[in-house]
Design a protein around this ligand. Sequence first.
Ligand code: CAA
Length: 379
Amino acid sequence: MNFRLSEEHEMIRKMVRDFARNEVAPTAAERDEEERFDREIFDKMAELGLTGIPWPEEYGGIGSDYLAYCIAVEELSRVCASTGVMLSAHTSLAGWPIFKYGNEEQKQKYLRPLAEGKSIGAYCLTEPGSGSDAGAMRTTAKEDGDHYLLNGSKIFTTNGGEAEIYVVFALTDPSSKHKGTTAFIVESSFPGFSVGKKEKKMGIRSSPTTEIIFEDCRVPKENILGEVGEGFKIAMKTLDGGRNGIAAQAVGIAQGALDAAVDYARERQQFGKPIAANQGISFKLADMATSIEAARLLTYQAAWLESEGLPYGKESAMSKLFAGDTAMKVTTEAVQVFGGYGYTKDYPVERFMRDAKITQIYEGTQEIQRLVISRMLTK
Ligand code: CAA
């Protein structure tokens, strides 16, 4: 067993850490305040190859692996969780199903621009009446000559409105429920595609989350991803990996909060000494660091399993469950270490705390992760 990261992984970590510090961190608070997505950051990430980390070079990627991708999401989230999830949804929710289920033509047409960072990707599963119960979706896709006509609306779409390529799930046979679900690749330029309400959120405020509306949206048959009726399985498999991207985001958020809390605890003087000299504070920091390390190991393990072609669904649900709870706990404690200042926008810990909450909710709530894990234990 070897816990040392490879030279390539260390190199990617250093590159992303420098990029995050120099290009992402300086505007993170301002973008959060203004709820502003910055395409320039994505373009710069593309120049560095970050938009296609796990995809082979023949599809425009840099041919690395899922661990390298998780390290990138972690380092970005350490300064800006919105930028972290932008890359996570782009890579694991849009790129992955096309890489795994797309034919050669689809990969060249859609995975390549995603990997090269010429387009942003998104994933449309959730609907107003279908969240945890993903199989209850209502969006339909009706055959019309050499096209399908999509009707319905999806909500909570990360990268919504900014993305050009959407992986969308719709019912081609509404009577067969999940067995009648099909996956489609939909371009934002297709007639009948439109972007609806943009959510006003507690956290990850510079990551756009929108409704996507389909009104007789004309999707060519060649844009069916996988087989007709295979969509639910594709949606679930996609989330298996996506959840580990969220775990990486959670680890990054928690680490960013710990970094800030350690610095503050060493500098802040009360009763004539740094507050870190009190066990009430230093033990808190020790517990925070220990939980983060455990969350990181779970996350890296799931990424490694996926990179090795081994089963990773259960481990990915576990990493998301543990890392999400860790992020929430650690960021809350970080605010406590800062005291009153932590509750203000003068320091980043209140943003980290707001950002952490979503990691317990999206890509399957913590309760759904427990369902997935327990079903795998007992099936
Ligand atoms: N891999 C492959 N197949 C799977 C699978 C998996 N991980 N999970 C389920 N399936 C298959 C089952 O084998 C079954 O197939 P058969 O009928 O052929 O046997 C079929 O799918 C139905 O499975 P279940 O009976 O287990 O389905 P269910 O209705 O009980 O639901 C669930 C399972 C795990 C609860 C699922 O609905 C789920 O994951 N819900 C949460 C959805 C979610 O995470 N949403 C987040 C959306 S993305 C987002 O957050 C926004 C964003 O942009 C970031």
